[in-house]
Design a binder for this molecule. Structure first.
Ligand SMILES: Nc1ncnc2c1ncn2[C@@H]1O[C@H](COP(=O)(O)OP(=O)(O)O)[C@@H](O)[C@H]1O
Ligand SMILES: [Mg+2]
Length: 328
């Protein structure tokens, strides 16, 4: 045991053991050095010797609920991630210093945001120049080239726009409004925006949200969420297919569903489709004007509203994306 204790006193992470009576049985030097734990902790209740309120709250919840818990917190200018494993006799708590990781994440986000921002203006200029050239060109063979160039520039514009939206959402700096939203109206406006795209593909759109159905949240963000889901449902549909949006209440949540009759998503891809740039068929996505960021944006918006998003899909039959938003 003493060897183990010596080992635990040297490691670069914090370890804490708490027994069933909420008493601290062990805490390593890391926790003392970082000022997270008070000297003379042995045998005392954890809430009397831990110097951080967030940690105390998190451990209380883990003990109360009897299940593992993760939470992030900051203490004396450093950031930590805590993992509480609830065992039979003891609760084992691990503290990792994630300050450097967070710093790295922040600088990555800032870099992407800056680059995207810098690219916006040149792309807009390029686009309008190409449009002018296209309009003034009479020779068909030249027009074909210009059309291709325009399509590529539009792809770029969309990518930069999505990157900016996503980095803003990821930073957590975006303030969400809490508006009462008429969901039927919101879906109607999304349909108006995507109507021509749906017609081109021969896909019919059905708004099945009942009159007077309300959700709480940020109109612009939820608009973006529904837009991305309906956009996918149109793009990955079959000709003469359909898209249906429904909404209902269940277990204290407002549930919004977007269903399509499209190609579906093979089972093995389902766990990954919400990741940035993940596509089931990259060529199909690109050909249909996708950036590969739509579902990441959807996920972030759902999470920032305290909600979640799920998907059910059958290859060749269609998919249903389900977003749950808390009512209060
Ligand atoms: N309704 C859907 N039906 C079938 N596949 C879908 C659907 N929605 C998303 N996908 C798959 O998930 C991938 C990621 O979606 P998304 O993040 O919106 O990127 P993209 O820009 O490619 O649409 C898509 O490339 C596609 O393969
Ligand atoms: Mg998409």
């Amino acid at each position: 045991m003493s060897l183990l204790k010596e080992f635990l006193s040297q490691v670069g992470e914090g370890y804490l053991l708490i027994d069933r009576e909420s008493r601290v049985v062990f805490g390593n030097d890391f926790l003392l050095r970082r000022g997270l734990l008070k000297e003379g902790f042995e045998g005392k209740p954890y809430y009397e010797c831990i110097n951080n309120l967030t940690v105390v709250k998190c451990l209380a919840e883990a003990l109360l609920e009897g299940r593992d818990k993760v939470c992030d917190f900051s203490h004396e200018e450093r950031e930590y991630s805590l993992y509480a494993f609830v065992g039979g006799e003891l609760m084992v708590v691990r503290f990792s210093d994630i300050t450097e990781f967070r710093r790295y994440e922040r600088s990555r986000r800032e870099f992407v945001a800056n680059v995207s921002h810098e690219l916006k203006t040149p792309i807009a200029v390029l686009k309008s120049l190409l449009e002018t050239l296209y309009e003034e060109e009479d020779r068909e063979e030249k027009k074909v080239f210009l059309e291709k160039a325009l399509k590529r520039v539009e792809e770029l514009r969309r990518l930069v726009e999505d990157l900016l939206i996503l980095t803003r959402l990821e930073s957590g700096e975006e303030r969400l409004k809490r508006e009462t939203i008429n969901l039927r109206l919101l879906v109607e406006e999304v349909f108006e925006l995507l109507e021509s795209q749906a017609q081109e593909r021969g896909v019919r759109l059905y708004n099945e949200v009942r009159e007077g159905f309300k959700v709480k949240g940020d109109w612009d963000k939820l608009f973006l969420l529904v837009k991305n889901l309906v956009d996918n449902a149109i793009k990955y549909n079959r000709p003469d297919g359909s898209v249906e949006v429904r909404a209902y209440q269940r277990d204290g949540s407002a549930v919004v569903e977007v269903s399509d009759t499209g190609v579906g998503i093979p089972r093995e891809h389902l766990p990954f489709i919400f990741e940035r740039f993940y596509r089931v068929e990259p060529s199909r996505s690109r050909e249909r004007g996708g950036t590969g960021l739509g579902l990441s944006i959807v996920k972030h918006i759902a999470l920032s509203h305290g909600g979640k998003v799920q998907v059910e899909s059958k290859e060749g039959e269609g998919s249903t994306f389900r977003v749950c938003l808390p009512l209060e």
